[in-house]
Design a protein around this ligand. Structure first.
Ligand SMILES: O=P(O)(O)OC[C@@]1(O)O[C@H](CO)[C@@H](O)[C@@H]1O
Ligand SMILES: [Mn+2]
Length: 427
């Protein structure tokens, strides 16, 4: 019997709710208080009261988490409020009492926390667009300029080489795919907001990390892309900072290698899981790239702004990505998004939260088949690139989990191990 991974001692859910989420909430309050003058200087009107209200709301929410209070309906006027409150009602009826932090599905409670943080901003007038994680995401970008330069220089050189010799494409595809995979190690939710930016060369680490790829379907993905004239490829983005750079380099490589002609990039509608990319983060990143004095970086910064104008890259945002539903529920709750994804030749999902939502965040056996665990979510051929930061993982041969655990007891949650799972099935 498969159960939702409720917050239990044996799951990573427990330390997440007990320790990590309160730390993330405390860091918001501390950061906003510490930078209050700088924040207020960004607004013409006096934002003191609203800033105080956001800090107060996050501190109150932290206390609710720590004392296992029940989830309460949202009271802002965002478009998704009704769906969130309906979901709360559904969980309450299913569990027989209102969900609370230590006894309800982890996926829901963690998503709910980030939506409650957004509620505190939605209630503002002056600070309505404020990003409580903005400073952390900007720092994670500026701390990873060196690896950014390395991977973009490599992209510039690779573009030249594959133009002269198309036989180099398969090997180059795997390099950019795996740089994209390991770019996922650095996320500010797993680190509780502590600095964990990529600082070393993302290329030099590839050989060392190769044995840590537990499932590698990169050939399945490549063969699929080369087996037909692919038009549309989707990348469901995850974190800002170096991971976004790795995603954009992968997106550019796909076009340069003729593996696709239009890339759809999916960002979040509001700040989410500390470091997830919003449209504002995306545009800020391109603007900052344009200010870096490096031949490859400035070349691609310019090109990528043009791609957004000529629609060879299409940046999209949909509220579904910041709802608590797992992806088997997309067709029901976001049929427009599901139908759009059905037009894709391949969808690349980035990161751990997407992996959890693809698998319903259920306690599958490690040996369960990835395709089965997708729960009927087959809009288009897909490939997920994820470093393991939560205790759901499928597709392993019998006994492999014990072997890894013997090497690294925290293998499921420390981001040191990755999977590249592809499924070509479509409904
Ligand atoms: O999706 P990402 O950025 O790769 O990881 C998100 C994450 O850090 O947050 C959750 C735990 O708090 C887990 O899903 C994972 O650890
Ligand atoms: Mn993330």
């Amino acid at each position: 019997m498969l159960i939702y991974k409720i917050v239990s001692f044996c799951s990573f859910a427990y330390p997440t709710i007990k320790e990590r989420l309160p730390v993330i909430l405390a860091k918001i309050a501390d950061t906003l208080y510490r930078t209050r003058e700088k924040i207020k200087s960004q607004y013409q009107d006096d934002a003191s009261e609203e800033l105080k209200s956001i800090i107060g709301s996050c501190s109150k929410l932290r206390n609710e988490v720590q004392t296992n209070k029940v989830a309460v309906p949202l009271q802002d006027s965002r478009d998704d409020t009704r769906v969130w409150n309906q979901y709360l009602q559904t969980v309450t009826e299913r569990e027989g009492s209102p969900p609370s932090w230590f006894k309800s599905p982890w996926l829901y409670m963690e998503c709910y926390m980030y939506r409650r943080i957004q509620e505190s901003v939605e209630k503002c007038k002056i600070m309505k667009e404020f990003d409580v994680f903005g400073e952390q995401k900007e720092k994670s970008f500026t701390d990873s300029v060196y690896p950014t330069e390395i991977v973009m220089m490599h992209l510039l050189e690779t573009q030249q080489k594959i133009k002269e010799n198309a036989e180099l494409i398969p090997e180059a595809f795997k390099v950019f795919l795996k740089v994209c995979l390991w770019g996922n190690k650095c996320d500010l939710s797993i680190s509780g907001g502590e600095d964990n930016a990529q600082k070393t060369s993302p290329l030099e680490q590839l050989d060392k990390l190769e044995p840590n790829i537990l499932i590698d379907n990169s050939n399945v993905a490549l063969n699929h892309l080369q087996s037909r004239k692919c038009e549309r490829i989707d990348i469901v983005l995850d974190n800002a900072g170096f991971e976004l750079i790795s995603d954009l380099c992968f997106a550019e490589f796909l076009l340069s290698a003729g593996l696709g002609s239009t890339i759809y990039l999916h960002a979040k509608a509001f700040p989410w899981f500390v470091s997830d990319v919003t449209k504002k983060d995306f545009n800020w990143t391109l603007q900052k790239l344009g200010q870096i004095n490096h031949i490859a970086v400035s070349n691609f910064a310019q090109l990528w702004k043009e791609r957004l104008n000529n629609s060879s890259w299409i940046l999209q945002v949909h509220d579904f990505w910041t709802l608590p539903f797992d992806y088997s529920q997309m067709e029901t709750y976001a049929p427009d998004l599901y139908q759009s994804l059905q037009k894709s030749d391949m969808i690349f999902f980035k990161g751990d939260l997407n992996y959890r939502k693809l698998l319903g965040d259920l306690k599958w056996p490690f040996t369960a088949s990835f395709e089965t665990c997708l729960h009927d979510f087959y809009p288009a051929p897909l490939c997920v690139l994820r470093t393991s930061k939560s205790d759901v993982l499928v597709g392993l041969p019998e006994g492999r989990d014990e072997e890894i655990k013997a090497q690294d007891k925290d293998w499921l949650v420390n981001g040191n191990w990755g999977v590249i799972n592809a499924c070509l099935k479509t409904k």
